[in-house]
Structures are given as structure tokens and as C-alpha cells.
Design a protein. Sequence first.
Length: 308
Amino acid sequence: MTESDTPETTAIQRCGLVAIVGKPNVGKSTLLNALVGQKISITSRKAQTTRHRITGIRTEGETQFIFVDTPGFQTDHANALNRSLNKTVMGAVSDVDLVLFVVNAGSFAQADAKVLALLNSNIPSLLIANKLDKVHRREELAPWLRDMQARHPFAQFMPMSAKNPKDIERLLVQCKAYLPEQAWWYSEDELTDRSEKFLASEIIREKLFRFTGDELPYTSTVIIDRFTEEPGKTVSRMVRIAATIVVERDGHKAMVIGEGGERLKQIGTLARQELEKLMDAKVFIELWVKVRSGWADDEARVRSFGYE
């Protein structure tokens, strides 16, 4: 057999879906961004920030991880918006290769139990004990882990911090073992299946919550009215975005606008700066604020605002 007759050895590709689930505010979006290696999901101290199923893609070697970040499962406020969010969570956990069940290390509340009850015992799940850096007495974790194992047949436990790069690398190695051998679903350089228009609305909403804190109800949202791209004179891309911030009361509108329009201007400036880095483009943003009382209880309006 000559050298040219030697059969080529092709590395076997792996690819699969990994759902990230948990109650609101346990660090799911921070974990997704760390796993992907770039920010694609918005984060904030405010619970219920993530409202959509967001897919993050990471391709390493011959393995493509497709991570699905989900809204925190809602146990309060049984309105149309929350029913939509919970439907998204339930859909995400039913058709994946692996589930990452995220809890605060050492803690287990009723809200965690309601998410845990959604998990299918036929789909392997890893217990992600997140925010390990906040646990002062590590010896208390052992009995807690035993208790968690009694609650659900977790394949593995991962005490970790989503902000620790070594922990993220360790988690990727664990996840890889559960992904099936199959061709990649996305090209090597893709990071998310979400459009730039969607990411724009999310980034604006993140800045909205950052500047208003707990003063503004979680039902406030952002609608993109116009998203256009044109060649720039001094840059390769120029993106123009017109967006409406929707709130439920006149008082909330005044809060978002701020004295002399200063707060609205700050929200727009920070969103523009982040989007310019994300899109590698010159970005212009126009923002308006409108009152739509009771929209989160209106099924038709919830759908019209882009929720499933």
C-alpha cells in the first residue's frame, strides 16, 4: 500500500443540546455567557431578566456545544407573560441531551423544587452548585449534596462559580461526555441563533433595569420599531435602531426618562456603546417611552411583543 492509499482518519464530531435551568436569579445567564466565551444573554441583579429561550454556541476542537438559556421558572405573578415564560422553560427541558440544573450552592428553596420537578429522569442532569465563592463554610456542602442526591438522580455534582474560568473549563469537559456523535448544527464561528435585532432589544432592556433597579416592575419591556443597516462613510457598517420602552404606568415613564431626559439618555448611550462592540458597527439609537397598562396580563399583546 502506497502512502496515497492510506485511508484518511477523520476526527469524529460531537454536537448536542444542553439546557440551563433554574429559578430566577441563580446566575443562569452569567453561566451561559461564560460557557460561550462572549456575552449573548443579558444579566442583572433583578430577577426575571431573561425572558426568551436564548441559544449560545461554543465550538471547541471537534465538539459543538449548543447551550440553551431559559427564563427562571416563575412561581409568582400568574399572568400571561409568566405563563409564556414557563412554557419556554418546559419546552427547553424536554428535548435536550443534557440539563444543567443551577442552584445557589448550599441552598434549596420551594422555587428550586418547582424547577426540579420539571426534569425528566431519562435525560441526564448535572447539579450546578453555583456561586461557590459566596459559601463561607465549605464543610456544610457535603450534607447538602447528599440531600440533593436524594431529591433527584443527578449524574454529577459541580460545585463552582460561573465567574471562575477554570470551573468553566471543567464543566465543558463534563458536558462533552454527554453529547452524541453527530455533525455540527452550526458553522464554527457562530455564537448564537438570535438576530442582532433581538440582541439590541435585550441590551437596551438590560441597561433599563441597571439604571432603574428595583423601582421599575419586571413587566417593563423593549420593542424594536426599526432596525436598518447601511454602509458608513468612515466605517464599514452603520446600524440605526429605533426602540420603544414599554411601561405600565405614567409614574414609571417619568422614572425611565429622568430629570431633563437624563436617565433615558444614559440608557441609550450605554446600550449604543455595548452594541457597537457586539456588532462591530457604528450604532445610532433613538428611544421612546410609552405606557401600555396591563400588557403583561393580555395574551394577545404578550404575543405581539414577541413572547411565545
